[in-house]
Design a protein around this ligand. Structure first.
Ligand SMILES: NC(=O)c1ccc[n+]([C@@H]2O[C@H](COP(=O)([O-])OP(=O)(O)OC[C@H]3O[C@@H](n4cnc5c(N)ncnc54)[C@H](O)[C@@H]3O)[C@@H](O)[C@H]2O)c1
Ligand SMILES: [Zn+2]
Ligand SMILES: [Zn+2]
Length: 362
């Protein structure tokens, strides 16, 4: 099968012929129909997240089941599915307390010494990213990384739910559960931030302020629910948010992953408010913030990982949200491309020229 392989960091992905194994126990073989491109893939390419090459990236997929391995009861050939990086074990402390997205075994692949799921022409193993590796015509995944969805859901739009939409919507609906009427700022209007804006609209937030350095995104942000938009390059976005909200928002979502914008998110959070860190700051970087802001104004800061999901429960619900018109996914797709154009897509992402880009397979 054809796949885009990361052979080195900070280099273009190579389109190669890759071998994919047959499904083993508990595994499902899929035909990839579509995969969104998330900034976390770019973080890996840039070396900001430690995943060693060679590796096939891509973790926002939708596809159709082709074959299932021994013991797989929940999937059959022909099923339409979405894949998610937060596979769960079902027995650990986090799984049993209802937070399976924190399961520490989510990235454990086949047992040590087993045949690799993906390999090159000479049989050398190629790393699978987060049990998915969707920049490839086929995927071999643990069944616990997959959820079956309705057949009437278009799979290119379903792919967005695999990561960005679940992350942004879930930050609002699951991680902090913002109440109706609350004021919200979302810094960063990429796939994740636009989904957070939609989450805020869906729960009936009051003011929803979108902040981005690319003003062309504001028409889109408004269509998806933003009531106000602030150009981060024009003056100080913290002062602008404070002015719109008489001192700061109830909830600020940082959806970029940069040190200065994390600091801005804390600063634009009002007294008693909550800052939600969704963007991934490179692991080697620390963020200085004022501790006194937290003490004297009782601000709270929380991280939000993969929208605090229970994806077998959340994703079919988000599919329903799309099909009943509440979740707008058509507007979020700025480009549909072939696998061959994946490097150009990352270039557009670096320059801020895309909303969500989706690779569609024939
Ligand atoms: N927490 C999680 O579980 C999780 C899951 C998925 C993605 N992420 C992370 O979320 C972040 C966003 O992902 P994405 O795919 O939406 O990215 P993206 O590249 O599509 O969007 C980023 C947006 O930020 C804007 N931006 C960049 N610098 C800015 C600045 N200085 N001021 C204002 N706006 C600026 C860009 O114009 C763009 O609209 C990434 O760090 C990604 O790794 C986290
Ligand atoms: Zn992602
Ligand atoms: Zn577990």
């Amino acid at each position: 099968m054809k796949a885009a392989v990361m052979r080195a960091n900070r280099a273009p992905l190579a389109i190669e012929d890759v071998r994919i194994d047959d499904p083993g126990p508990g595994e499902v073989l899929l035909r990839t129909v579509a995969t969104g491109i998330c900034h976390s893939d770019l973080h890996v390419i840039e070396g900001h997240l430690p995943v060693p090459p060679p590796c096939i990236l891509g973790h926002e997929p939708a596809g159709i089941v082709e074959a299932v391995g021994a013991g797989v009861a929940g999937f059959a050939p022909g099923d339409h599915v979405i894949g998610c990086i937060t596979a769960w074990c079902g027995v650990c402390k986090f799984c049993t307390e209802g937070r399976p997205y924190l399961c520490p075994t989510q990235f454990v692949g086949r047992p040590f010494g087993a045949k690799p799921r993906l390999s090159g022409p000479s049989g050398d193993g190629i790393g699978q990213f987060a049990n998915l590796s969707s920049f490839a015509e086929k995927m071999l995944c643990p069944e616990r990384a997959l959820v079956k969805i309705r057949d009437d859901m278009p799979l290119d739009r379903a792919s967005l739910i695999g990561c960005g939409v679940t992350t942004g919507l879930g930050a609002v609906l699951n991680t902090v559960r913002i109440p109706a009427g609350a004021s919200v700022a979302v810094i960063g209007c990429g796939g994740v931030g636009l989904a957070a804006i939609q989450g805020a609209r869906i729960v009936g937030a009051g003011r929803i302020i979108a902040v981005d350095a690319q003003p062309w995104k504001f028409d889109l942000a408004r269509k998806l629910g933003a009531t106000d938009c602030i150009d981060a390059k024009e003056g100080n976005p913290v002062a602008a948010v404070q002015q719109l909200t008489a001192g700061g928002v109830d909830f600020a979502f940082e959806c970029i992953g940069l040190v200065p914008t994390v600091q801005q998110a804390v600063a634009m959070t009002g007294r008693g408010g909550t800052t939600v860190l969704v963007g991934v700051v490179p692991l080697t970087q620390l963020v200085p913030i004022s501790a006194a802001d937290l003490t004297l104004q009782e601000k709270k800061i929380t991280g939000s990982y993969m929208g605090s999901n229970r994806f077998r429960f959340d994703m079919p619900k988000y599919v329903d949200f799309y099909l009943d018109g509440r979740l707008r996914l058509d507007e979020m797709i700025s480009q549909r491309i072939g696998l061959d154009e994946v490097n150009e897509a990352f270039e557009r992402m670096r320059k801020g020229e895309s909303a969500r880009q989706v690779i569609v397979f024939d």
